[in-house]
Design a protein around this ligand. Structure first.
Ligand SMILES: Nc1ncnc2c1ncn2[C@@H]1O[C@H](COP(=O)(O)OP(=O)(O)OP(=O)(O)O)[C@@H](O)[C@H]1O
Ligand SMILES: Cc1ncc(C[n+]2csc(CCOP(=O)(O)O)c2C)c(N)n1
Ligand SMILES: [Mg+2]
Length: 329
């Protein structure tokens, strides 16, 4: 151990020994019989349920800027992983954390743990294990969620005629990339830029909406790479296509005020929004549209039998769309 740093086992118990909460009393038998402290954690799904699990890695310089505050890094890392559970309609229970850090600064770790704890407590989930190593800053989080047997929402169920829905406005997080250096002054910048930065640094995984969509939506995905690229995953898995309505692509007024006509292409292709995109039969949309959880839901298009993506433009013409979106290689 060097000055101002802390050893591996000390840091695990101090900063990660008690992150998040899980209320076992909600269930008849223990769901997490073993958490942090043994070679494995143990999860025991209640009768009639299965476990959905997903892992996401965030790499410094690729998924977040080197300048990011440890608080926002902790929060954002957990949020993007939870978003995949939301897309399947799973209720999060627990997560594991593989943390690679260049040095073990107690101040940095306390803030990272605080950001992660805040979101973990909001969703009543517990950190149950992980791995800590020295190296370039990289965070991997695996999340575990419960869903009643056979009720997880897959990408492969979209049907011709379903409405293509999105859970909220898009493009703000993508537009924030040009303002990331303003993170430290977030409280002082103008309302528009603060709105963009909040969407980037504190995405809100749509867990409750995902659970409501079980046995309602025919398919769902979370929007990490951009609406077109992510809907295209649904389209390919379901052997369908999509017709989008240009007028319905949801962009916030604050995004439009800041970037003008660029808003629409950011909404379609920039990614990082972590809203849900789902395919819903029209009559179920009519039944659900009055629900509180549907207040930001927008119908952006319709599923077509013909493969490929198209846009119905404001002038009535149709054009072929390229799915685009973020790709790593
Ligand atoms: N290295 C890997 N080994 C095995 N399976 C993988 C690997 N990388 C990705 N996958 C699987 O491929 C599928 C698509 O992965 P991907 O990471 O693109 O998911 P996503 O939800 O579209 O994106 P995001 O990373 O933004 O959550 C998932 O089922 C995932 O588990
Ligand atoms: C500093 C910085 N530069 C660029 C981006 C944009 N970005 C990077 S990865 C990705 C898709 C999701 O990744 P994955 O598919 O690995 O989940 C997006 C939209 C960012 N977030 N931060
Ligand atoms: Mg996903």
């Amino acid at each position: 151990m060097t000055n101002g740093s802390i050893d591996e086992f000390g840091l695990i118990s101090r900063f990660f020994g008690n992150v998040g909460v899980f209320d076992e009393s909600l269930y008849d038998s223990p769901i997490i019989p073993q958490g942090i402290g043994d070679d494995c954690a143990i999860l025991r799904p209640p009768p009639g349920h299965e476990i959905c699990l997903s892992i996401d890695t965030l790499v410094c310089g690729v998924h977040f800027p080197e300048s990011i505050s440890p608080y926002h890094l902790g929060y954002r890392s957990l949020a993007v992983s939870l978003s995949d559970l939301a897309a399947m309609g799973a209720k999060p229970v627990a997560f594991t954390l593989a943390l690679t850090i260049p040095e073990s600064s107690p101040e940095w770790l306390a803030e990272f743990s605080r950001g992660m704890s805040q979101l973990a407590e909001r969703h009543q989930i517990k950190l149950i294990g992980g791995d800590t190593t020295k190296g370039p800053l990289t965070i991997s989080i695996q999340v575990h969620g419960l869903v009643p047997v056979d009720q997880a929402i897959k990408r492969s169920g979209a049907q011709e005629g379903d409405l293509i829905c999105v859970s909220g406005s898009l493009g703000a997080a993508g537009a924030a990339l040009r303002f990331l250096h303003m993170e430290a002054e977030m409280d002082a910048v103008n309302d528009n830029i603060r709105h963009l930065l909040e969407h980037y640094f504190c995405p809100q995984p749509k867990i409750e909406l995902g659970c409501l969509l079980r046995s309602q939506a025919n398919a769902a995905i979370d929007i990490s790479d951009g609406l077109l690229a992510d809907f295209n995953h649904i389209a390919t898995s379901s052997n369908v296509g999509g017709l989008f309505y240009e007028e319905q692509i949801p962009c916030s007024e604050k995004l439009i005020a800041e970037v003008g006509s660029e808003a629409q292409s950011l909404a379609l292709t920039a990614g990082d929004d972590y809203e849900l995109c789902f395919s819903l039969p029209a009559q179920r949309y009519d039944q659900l549209k009055g629900e509180d959880l549907f207040k930001n839901v927008v119908v952006v298009g319709v599923v077509s039998a013909e493969q490929g993506l198209k846009m119905k433009c404001k002038d009535g013409s149709e054009r072929v769309l390229n799915p685009g979106g973020y790709t790593h290689f």
